[in-house]
Design a protein around this ligand. Structure first.
Ligand code: SAM
Length: 257
């Protein structure tokens, strides 16, 4: 990471739905920067991310049976384009919920339906999906929701859309502050920190008494407990090492029995 990347990472750390609308409209930014990532983090990783999403959501991978898929917060980067291409090739019906600014550059198609967010405020426009979605993808979105709106209202509303008998939702790419601290306490983590900061300094691993507004073990475990309490199975899953932030991010898979 160079200084520009570090500056961007700091600037992108506290984005909200409204902040993303502004980024999406900025013609001076790259497609990755428009969704809040420095190029060095995401460029060239799109297929690896899609492969991991499909591995965790096998219903999405199969072309044999057309599925109904909802992507909450697809953004407008090459990952969204790959998801659209993949779903069209499989014959899946794909619903996309994001801001009008994010949705505008995404291609139209007979199987693609765009709904202006934010989710779950747009729930009325998704009434046809209640109990019908085979798959929900919500990738690299939940930490912004957590900072911005009631988390369980968002998750409960999404779970209402899943069909019983296997409907599955991936809450993917969740930064976990506890996992990051565990990593930074290791030798590999300290070397990573020096290289990331571009100087010889140790990470601050002191006691964190102030609520940071970040997702951590407690919040992620509470999401799993919540999903299970309202009748779904739920698991915390690791990311494969080829993904750009696998040392500090993980995924939650929720499946309705
Ligand atoms: C970091 S980007 C991730 C984009 C894409 N999922 C990816 O991983 O490449 C977060 C996206 O979530 C969208 N978003 C944030 N809050 C949302 C909400 N409540 N409803 C729908 N979209 C939301 C933003 O507009 C943005 O496009």
């Amino acid at each position: 990471m160079d200084e520009k990347d570090r500056e961007q990472a700091r600037r992108f750390a506290n984005l909200s739905y409204e902040g993303f609308r502004e980024l999406a409209a900025r013609a001076d930014l790259s497609p990755y920067e428009q969704i809040g990532f420095p190029d060095s983090v995401r460029a060239g990783r799109d297929q690896a991310i899609l492969d991991d999403i499909c591995a965790k959501l096998p219903e999405m991978a199969q072309a044999s049976k057309p599925r109904t898929i909802l992507d909450i917060g697809p953004g407008s980067s090459p990952l969204a384009l790959r998801i659209i291409d993949h779903c069209q090739a499989c014959g899946h019906r794909l619903w996309l919920v994001d801001s009008p600014e994010m949705l505008a550059p995404l291609p139209e198609g007979p199987l693609v339906r765009k709904v202006a967010g934010p989710f779950p405020d747009c729930a009325n426009d998704l009434a046809a999906l209640v109990g019908k979605a085979d798959v929900i993808i919500c990738y690299s979105v939940l930490h912004y929701v957590f900072a911005d709106q009631p988390l369980f209202s968002f998750i409960d509303a999404a779970m209402r859309l899943l069909r019983s008998g296997g409907g599955a939702m991936l809450l993917g790419d969740l930064p976990n502050a506890s996992m990051r601290r565990r990593f930074l306490a290791s030798e590999a983590g300290q070397a990573f920190h020096r290289s990331y900061m571009g100087r010889d300094e140790a990470p601050n691993l002191g006691v964190h008494l102030e609520p940071s507004g970040e997702l951590d073990d407690a919040i992620l475990f509470s999401i799993i407990a919540r999903a299970r309490a309202v009748g779904s199975d739920a698991w915390l899953l690791p990311q494969p090492p080829e993904l750009p932030m696998s040392n500090r991010r993980e995924d939650i898979l929720i499946r309705k029995p």
